[in-house]
Design a protein around this ligand. Structure first.
Ligand SMILES: NC(=O)C1=CN([C@@H]2O[C@H](COP(=O)(O)OP(=O)(O)OC[C@H]3O[C@@H](n4cnc5c(N)ncnc54)[C@H](OP(=O)(O)O)[C@@H]3O)[C@@H](O)[C@H]2O)C=CC1
Ligand SMILES: CC(=O)[C@@H](O)[C@H](O)COP(=O)(O)O
Ligand SMILES: [Mn+2]
Length: 386
C-alpha cells in the first residue's frame, strides 16, 4: 500500500494536536508517511509526536532550541532542524496533504511554500489569506494545489456548497459565538484581563485565536478569509451571533433556500473533513443531541461593542494590503494586551490608527511587499504603544 505523505505545520498547537490525534486514530505511522512536523517552543511535544509518527524531519522555528530538539530525538531516525529557513524547507518537502496550523502571520511564508507543492493544503492559518489572499490562491492554482478550509466556519460553508453552483450563492452567514464578553457593555470590557479574554465559552483553542474571539477580531479575519476562499463580494458576507457554536455557518442561495452545517464545537470535525475529503469516515466527535440542546439562539452582532467588525468591512473595501495591516497591527496590539500595556478596547483603536496611517490600498504584487507592509504596521503600532 502506498502511504499518504502528510506534513503538519504547527503540530504542537491546538489544531496541530487535534490533527495528530486524527492521524493516530486512523493508523498513525502504519497508515501515513509523516514527512515534516513543526513547532516552536514545545520541544518535548514535538519530539514525542515525531517519534510516535516516525516523521522524516522535525523542525522548531526557534534556532536556540535545536540542541534540545536533537537531544529529545537522540536514537531515533527523525532529523532535527531549526530556524526559519529549515521551516520553509520542511514546508516545501513533497507531501500529499499538509495542515497549515502555525499561529499568526508567522505561518504565511511556510504556507506559501506548501501551496507550491501540489497535493492538498488544509488551511487553518487564516492569517495567510487575510495577509496575502490573492497571492496564496494564485500559487495554489499555479501548482494545482487543492486548498481546503480547516477553519470551522469556512469548512461549514465549503460543505454547504458541495454540489452547488457558486453563481447561485446569494450570501454566506458566518456564525460567531460572541466570545466571553458577548453580554458585556463597553464599560465592562474596559478592564478585562488576558486570562478572562482567553476563556472561550465553547472552544478549546490557542491563546491568540481565543483573544481574537473575545474582541471579535477572529470574525473580522474570517470575513476576509471567506471573501478569498469563496470569491464573494463584501455585501454577500454576514456575521450572525450564535452562542451555542453548533451551527458553524450557513449559505443562502438565490431561491431563498438556506443550508446550514452543524456539529459539536470540536475542531476534529472540520480537520477530519479536510483530511478525508471527499469521504466521510467515522470521526471521534460527540453527536449533537438537539432535544438536550432545546434552543439555538441567533442575534445580530454589535459593531459598537466589537469595532473589529467595522474594521473588517473597511479592509474588504480597500483590498489586499489592508488585510496585512489589520492583521499585523492586531497581533502587535495583542502582544501589548498580553503584556498588560494595552487595554482590551484599545486593541481596535491601534488597528484603526495603523489603517489610517499606512498606504495600504490594493493587492500586493509579491510576498516581499506583504512582508514589508507587515513590518511597517508592526513598527507603527509598537511606536504608538511606547
Ligand atoms: N485552535 C482552533 O480551534 C482554531 C485555530 N485556527 C487557526 O489555526 C492556527 C493555529 O491556531 P492554534 O492551533 O489555536 O494555535 P496554537 O497557539 O495552539 O499553536 C500554534 C502553533 O504554531 C507554532 N508556532 C508559534 N509561533 C511560531 C512561529 N513564530 N513560527 C513557527 N511556528 C510557530 C506553535 O509551536 P509551539 O506550541 O511549539 O510553541 C504551535 O505549533 C491559527 O491561525 C488560528 O487562527 C482556526 C480555527 C480554529
Ligand atoms: C473553532 C473556530 O473555527 C474558531 O474560529 C471559532 O469559531 C472561534 O469562535 P468565535 O465564533 O467566538 O470567534
Ligand atoms: Mn473559525
Amino acid at each position: 500500500m502506498v502511504k499518504r505523505r502528510i506534513s503538519v505545520l504547527g503540530a504542537t498547537g491546538s489544531i496541530g494536536t487535534s490533527t495528530l490525534d486524527l492521524l493516530d486514530r486512523a493508523g498513525g505511522a502504519e497508515r501515513f508517511e509523516v514527512v515534516a512536523l513543526t513547532g516552536a517552543r514545545n520541544i518535548a511535544g514535538l519530539a514525542q509526536a515525531a517519534r510516535r509518527l516516525r516523521a522524516k524531519v522535525a523542525v522548531t522555528a526557534d534556532p536556540a532550541r535545536l540542541g534540545d530538539l536533537r537531544d529529545a530525538l537522540a536514537g531515533s531516525d527523525v532529523r532535527a532542524e531549526a530556524g526559519p529557513e529549515a521551516l520553509l524547507d520542511a514546508a516545501a518537502e513533497p507531501a500529499d496533504w499538509t495542515m497549515s496550523a502555525i499561529v499568526g502571520a508567522a505561518g504565511l511564508a511556510p504556507t506559501m511554500r506548501a501551496a507550491a507543492n501540489g497535493g492538498t493544503l488544509a488551511l487553518a492559518n487564516k492569517e495567510s489569506l487575510v495577509c496575502a489572499g490573492r497571492l496564496l490562491l494564485d500559487e495554489c492554482a499555479r501548482a494545482r494545489t487543492t486548498l481546503l478550509p480547516a477553519d470551522s466556519e469556512h469548512s461549514a460553508i465549503f460543505q454547504c456548497l458541495r454540489g452547488e453552483r457558486l453563481a447561485e450563492v446569494e450570501r454566506v452567514i458566518i456564525t460567531a459565538s460572541g466570545g466571553p464578553f458577548r453580554d458585556f457593555t463597553r464599560d465592562q470590557m474596559q478592564d478585562v484581563t488576558p486570562e478572562e479574554a482567553m476563556a472561550h465559552p465553547n472552544w478549546d483553542m490557542g491563546a491568540a485565536i481565543s483573544i481574537d474571539s473575545a474582541s471579535m477580531f477572529n470574525k473580522a479575519l474570517e470575513l476576509i478569509e471567506a471573501k478569498y476562499l469563496f470569491d464573494l463580494q463584501a455585501h454577500q458576507i454576514e456575521v450572525l451571533v450564535h452562542r451555542q457554536s453548533i451551527v458553524h455557518s450557513m449559505v443562502g442561495f438565490t431561491d431563498g433556500s438556506i443550508m446550514a452545517q452543524m456539529g459539536p464545537p470540536d475542531m476534529r470535525g472540520a480537520i477530519g473533513y479536510a483530511l478525508n475529503y471527499p469521504d466521510r469516515p467515522d470521526l471521534p466527535v460527540e453527536r449533537v443531541d438537539f432535544a438536550k440542546l432545546a434552543t439555538l439562539d441567533f442575534a445580530a452582532p454589535d459593531p459598537d461593542r466589537f469595532p473589529a467588525l467595522r474594521l473588517a468591512e473597511r479592509v474588504l473595501a480597500a483590498g489586499g494590503l489592508a488585510g496585512t495591516v489589520l492583521n499585523a497591527a492586531k497581533e502587535e496590539a495583542m502582544h501589548g494586551f498580553l503584556a498588560r500595556r494595552v487595554g482590551f478596547l484599545s486593541m481596535a483603536d491601534l488597528v484603526e490608527g495603523a489603517l489610517d496611517a499606512l498606504p495600504c490600498e490594493g493587492e500586493p504584487g509579491d510576498l516581499s511587499s506583504v512582508l514589508e507592509m507587515d513590518a511597517a504596521a508592526r513598527s507603527h503600532v509598537r511606536e504608538q504603544i511606547s
